[in-house]
Ligand binder design. Structure first.
Ligand SMILES: [Zn+2]
Length: 409
């Protein structure tokens, strides 16, 4: 028995008056998910706990049964792992932007004109750099994004950022956030690194060329989101499942990688509304041949929600639904457990995450059925799963897979 887990980011929503009081999911025509809902078990999922509004990072930890209150130390480590840096327990990881600073020391663009090319070469200029015995690892991501790791003894993640978050301001100073010598040392290393980086980047050929071409140089690094790399449970050891992670966004790949999942990379799967859904679910279908458990993440639902675009969110859900035909019992060869949900609600009226629970459906060929016929927030409340927490769902899925882990004799 295999397990497919589809997470639509920010799926949950609230009634939209233009939709006659239905949510974007309820308004969408989703015959495939409705079929799975009618054959399966339904419920409402409080991903972390009732009343707690998750971030996408803490939400995904909870969905995989990893307690975010115990393991979460910040977003930096996951972004770094998602970009491809091999993070080690104890490393201090940061989210980083290539930015533009003018000779007066004022940030003129926090994203260096959304630089698209050349950041790989810029990051290479830092290879082998050490400051005060601390190894510095910089890796470029997509566009202006990068990840930074400080590796060595006596470091702390209790350090402030230098990103002013607005333009035409000077970068902030790194400050220790507690009294420890580790925090003080980390702030000192960062300060000296950023000064060095400014010189290295200003002298880089790519930036000289960009200036000649009237493009903004990527001559500064804005650093934020410090997190000490935690030791996460290994997902494959924990559940004895060979696991694949299929996602476009770096954060999700990073969480998968740090949990020991195999990351399937394909350039057609960007993280957002322009991802090639057909390719993503074809890859998912193929991965189910090789892996026991396939986690597939789609981000578009959340992106539209943050913009308040409920029509586009609803249409995007319809597009996802179309791709799920492959996994319906009549089309899929083999036994498959299917779990579909979101990582949190992002109501279009909030344009931000909320603590509202998300609908979840779990289907297996011989699961108990309930009377729910459609996949949606207001239907799910009548389902047999009732109200469950994120930490429960892996256990429920394993039970459907007959991988019973008995508690007691
Ligand atoms: Zn999310």
């Amino acid at each position: 028995m295999k397990l497919l887990f589809v997470v639509m980011d920010g799926l949950g929503d609230r009634p939209i008056s233009e939709f006659g009081g239905q949510t974007p999911l309820e308004y969408a025509k989703t015959p495939n998910m409705d079929k799975l809902a009618s054959l399966g078990m339904n419920g409402l999922l409080h991903v972390i706990a009732p009343g707690v509004t998750p971030g996408s990072d803490t939400a995904h930890l909870a969905l995989f049964g990893v307690d975010p209150y115990e393991y979460y130390t910040g977003r930096g480590p996951f972004e770094a792992a998602g970009i491809g840096l091999v993070v080690k327990e104890g490393d201090i990881a940061f989210r980083t932007n290539f930015a533009t600073i003018n000779p007066e020391g004022v940030i003129t663009d926090r994203r260096a004109g959304r630089i698209r090319e050349g950041t790989d070469q810029l990051a290479k200029l830092f290879e082998g750099l050490e400051i005060d015995g601390i190894e510095i690892l910089l890796e470029a991501g997509t566009e202006h994004r990068a990840a930074l790791i400080l590796r060595g003894d006596g470091l702390s993640d209790q350090v402030s950022e230098n990103d002013p978050h607005v333009e035409r301001k000077e970068p902030l100073e790194f400050k220790p956030l507690d009294e420890s010598p580790e925090a003080e040392k980390t702030a000192r290393v960062l300060t000296s690194f950023v000064m060095k980086a400014r010189t290295i980047l200003n002298n880089a050929e790519i930036n000289k060329k960009r200036v000649e071409e009237d493009l903004l140089p990527a001559n500064y690094l804005l650093i934020r989101g410090a997190g000490k790399v935690p030791k996460l449970p290994n997902f494959e050891e924990e559940y004895c499942l060979e696991t694949a992670c299929i996602a476009g966004g770096g954060l999700y790949k990073g969480i998968g990688r740090m949990l020991g999942m195999h990351i399937i990379e394909d350039s057609r799967m960007s993280g957002g509304t322009t991802t090639d859904l057909s390719a993503k679910f074809e890859i998912t279908h193929n991965a189910l041949n090789d892996y026991d458990f396939v986690f597939t993440h789609v981000k578009g639902t959340d992106n539209y929600s943050h913009d308040g675009k409920y029509k586009e969110k609803s249409e995007f859900i319809e597009r996802v639904d179309k791709e799920l035909y492959r996994f319906l019992p009549e089309n899929y060869e083999g036994d498959l457990v299917i779990m579909i949900t979101g990582d949190h609600s992002t109501p279009c009226s909030f344009k931000d995450h909320s603590a509202d629970p998300v609908p979840i459906l779990i289907y297996s060929p011989d699961c108990r059925r309930d009377k729910v016929e459609k996949f949606g927030e207001s239907y799910a409340v009548d389902g047999s799963l009732g109200h469950i927490l994120g930490k429960h769902i892996m256990g429920i899925a394993l039970n459907e897979m007959r991988l019973v882990r008995k508690f007691g004799a």
